[in-house]
Design a protein around this ligand. Structure first.
Ligand code: GDP
Ligand code: IMO
Ligand code: MG
Length: 433
């Protein structure tokens, strides 16, 4: 089949929160369609422009551009009440999502009882908690793979309520087996039954959207030469296969996930833009070799406002991890790097990079299978800080030389060119090379 254009991809190379939302918003004018391909309301993508700040969870980050189409692909999980809250929050900002948001009929639903089960699973893990966002992601993807899930298109069928009740019953039984106190469980301060009523009420809104077979729609777009950007959620180090399992999310966060999450062929993938912070953060449990437990870590957290956009939890902070970054570039076939948040380190005397790991006395560049179990000592490279504000700098080559040196070291280490640097949360502060 002759396609006139390809799907470009923008995804996170670390443990999420790299600034995907901001950059997708910046890139949207160059595309016709923005499509989410995996994840769900565990994501929190922040956009800032004209003094306004907005956080998106399920809706793609192109939504503020009324002439661009946004698609929630089949690989995404939809929680209808969270979707309706997002739509309402956009309406308050004069954005009518109904106008330019299409939803795949094959996208799976997160039921209130998936959220209950998420909490039950986490509680049962005791000290081994993953630190899930508790949006029901794990249980909903479990049902998808187990072939017991419910999809957006199913809400149009006459027997939807029957199927819903059956599935909910299974979830309640599982929670009981885990010894979970279902009566004490609350979502947004509501009991399961109270929340369920609101969830059911939001199905009407969900059904009122353009519900489509998005795989046909997107491939038609490519045949016509319309430009499509796939927006990742989470990050490569949270990928269900390649992340620090089991401290991962439950979807394919890498480029391969675009193919199954949108229904496009591998040969139709174009540029792969990988985004990384100039340092590193992680929220939730799991290995983080370059984590800082000292004042520098706390400074990164404070100056970077490193608090989760979805849960408000403070993010763990550390230096950039090149073995992890190289791994992510390899898995995704990254063609272009985007670096965010160097401005957070403006006042630092020196900036460190982890160049390789020392594991049991041996130097390695690989993420080990035993990532969670072994003690990893980072080998550091030291770079002089640029000690300068980046505010007002309007072109890439006007960045301070020491920052350019630092960025160049990232390019060298990953063998991947940097295409842009972001220097503030605002849309306007994005410098293309
Ligand atoms: P996402 O999940 O990848 O979309 O990222 P989040 O929105 O969860 O977290 C990124 C945070 O950093 C948000 O608060 C953004 O507004 C902010 N941000 C993005 N780019 C920059 C930047 O270049 N500098 C600074 N200081 N903040 C940024
Ligand atoms: P965005 O798209 C950062 C983390 C959680 C937890 C693990 C599993 O904003 O970058 P889950 O709710 O999926 O069962 O949680 O994954 N996590 C994220 N961390 N950014 C995200 O999304 C995340 N989505 C999930 O903190 O450790
Ligand atoms: Mg986020």
């Amino acid at each position: 089949m002759q396609l006139k254009s390809k799907v470009d991809v923008l995804l996170g190379l670390q443990w999420g929160d790299e600034g995907k939302g901001k950059v997708v918003d910046v890139l949207t004018p160059h595309y016709d369609v923005i499509a989410r391909f995996q994840g769900g309301p565990n994501a929190g993508h922040t956009l800032e422009f004209n003094g306004m700040k907005h956080v998106l969870h399920i809706i793609p980050s192109g939504i503020f551009h009324p002439d661009k189409l946004n698609i929630i692909g089949n690989g995404v999980l939809i929680e209808p009440r969270i979707l309706s809250q997002e739509v309402a929050a956009l309406r308050e900002k004069q954005v009518d999502a109904k106008h330019n948001l299409y939803i795949s009929k094959k996208a799976h639903l997160i039921l209130p009882s998936h959220r209950l089960l998420d909490a039950a699973n986490e509680q049962a893990k005791g000290n081994a908690k993953i630190g899930s966002t508790l949006k029901g992601i794990g249980p909903a993807y479990t049902d998808k793979i187990a072939r017991t899930g419910l999809r957006v298109g199913d809400t149009l069928e006459f027997d939807f309520c029957e199927k819903y009740e059956l599935l909910k019953l299974q979830h309640l039984q599982m929670a009981k087996t885990l010894g979970f106190d279902t009566a004490a469980f609350r979502i947004d301060g509501m009991t399961l039954e109270e929340y369920e009523q609101q969830w059911m009420a939001s199905l009407d809104l969900l059904r009122s959207f353009h519900l489509i077979n998005s795989e046909y729609f997107i491939n038609d777009c490519l045949r016509q030469g319309r430009r499509v950007l796939a927006e990742g959620a989470q990050g490569s180090m949270l990928d269900v296969d390649f992340g620090s399992y089991p401290f991962v999310t439950s979807s394919s966060t890498v480029t391969a996930g675009v193919c199954s999450g949108l229904g496009v062929a591998p040969s139709s993938i174009g540029r792969v833009m990988g985004i990384t912070k100039a340092y590193c953060t992680r929220v939730g449990a799991g290995p983080f070799p370059t984590e800082l437990f000292d004042d520098t870590g706390r400074t990164l957290c404070e100056l970077g406002h490193e608090y989760g956009a979805t849960t408000g939890r403070s993010r763990r902070c550390g230096w950039i991890d090149l073995p992890a970054l190289r791994y992510a570039c390899m898995l995704n076939g990254v063609t272009d790097l985007i670096v965010t948040k160097p401005d957070v380190m403006n006042d630092f005397d020196e900036v460190l990079m982890c160049d390789s790991y020392l594991i049991n006395g041996e130097k390695t560049d690989e993420i080990p299978f035993e990532f969670n179990a072994v003690e990893i000592q980072p080998n550091w490279k030291h770079y002089a800080g640029w000690k300068q504000s980046l505010a007002g700098i309007e072109s890439f080559d006007k960045l301070p030389q020491r920052l350019l040196d630092y960025l160049h070291a990232i390019e060298e280490a990953t063998q991947t060119p940097i295409m842009a640097v972001s220097t503030s949360p605002d849309r306007k502060d994005t410098l293309f090379k």
